[in-house]
Design a protein around this ligand. Structure first.
Ligand code: MF3
Ligand code: CO
Length: 250
């Protein structure tokens, strides 16, 4: 069942999402060569807890950390570590969820570390724009497949592939609610979108093949062909007047 959120639930989700955005901005500012992904997690925890939030990922299905930090060829679910030190030219995807008074916001962003290659810049730009192409379809009476198709079409037109092993999702009372929101699909197919639905739309885009492998830690997903990968995500509310991005950071 796809939950429709009440005005009061939306307020709590908006607050959770505001904390997500603030934590992401703080992490963006902290990212530079020499910092460890563990330090980034500590920065996120500090922001989240000081605002009355709780990290949504820690303990979720046994996930061991408060944020996901996925470097370069890593797609999603990289685990922060004191021994992973950022260096110039890396790209890092940071994924972060917050619970506030029982309600959840979820977002992700891929950030350059210092100066990066033109190829990496383009991958990041296309992935972020793919998210906005998907969000533009998040309207009353459209269907989930319209979001999926808009993302896939845009990404593939730029010569990249969308990851299929992971998908976007409903979000709010739980981190993962119905419906699934794949980044590939068919226009006009899937559940119809209604006012008050809240979706986490999250394209994961690979430079090469869409295929991923899971590393020995049981979490980190990496491209099977060792190509670069990027990830952007927002929590979006469907309103009568169009999509409203709850996790907006600028
Ligand atoms: N944004 C990701 C998702 O929606 C983060 C989940 S990571 C987990 O799937 F560790 F919490 F599983
Ligand atoms: Co998500």
């Amino acid at each position: 069942m796809i939950l429709i959120k009440s005005r009061d639930e939306i307020k709590k989700m908006a607050k959770a999402s505001e904390i997500v955005a603030e934590a992401i901005v703080t992490i963006k500012q902290a990212i530079s060569p020499g910092i460890s992904t563990k330090e980034l997690e500590q920065i996120a925890e500090e922001v989240i807890r000081s605002r009355g939030g709780v990290p949504a990922f820690k303990g979720y299905r046994g996930y061991p950390a408060s944020i996901c930090t996925s470097l370069n060829q890593e797609v999603v679910h990289g685990i922060p570590s004191a021994s992973v030190i950022l260096k110039e030219g890396d790209i890092i995807s940071v994924d972060l969820g917050v619970i506030y008074k029982g309600y959840i916001g979820d977002a992700a962003v891929t950030i350059p570390v210092g100066k990066i290659s033109k190829a990496a810049e383009r991958l990041i730009r296309v992935t972020e724009q793919a998210l906005y192409e998907g969000i533009a379809e998040a309207k009353v009476n459209r269907r989930v497949g319209d979001i999926s198709y808009a993302i896939q079409k845009f990404v593939e037109a730029h010569g990249y592939s969308v990851v299929r092993a992971f998908v976007g999702h409903g979000v709010g009372r739980s981190l993962h609610e119905e419906p699934q929101v794949p980044n590939f699909g068919t226009p006009g197919k899937g559940p119809k979108l209604k006012e008050g639905m809240t979706l986490a739309i999250e394209p994961m885009v690979n430079e090469g093949s869409h295929k991923v492998v899971i590393l020995k830690d049981g979490w980190t997903a990496k491209t099977a062909d060792d190509s670069l990968s990027a990830h952007f995500e927002h929590t979006v509310l469907i309103t009568k007047s169009g999509p409203e991005i709850l996790t907006k950071w600028n």
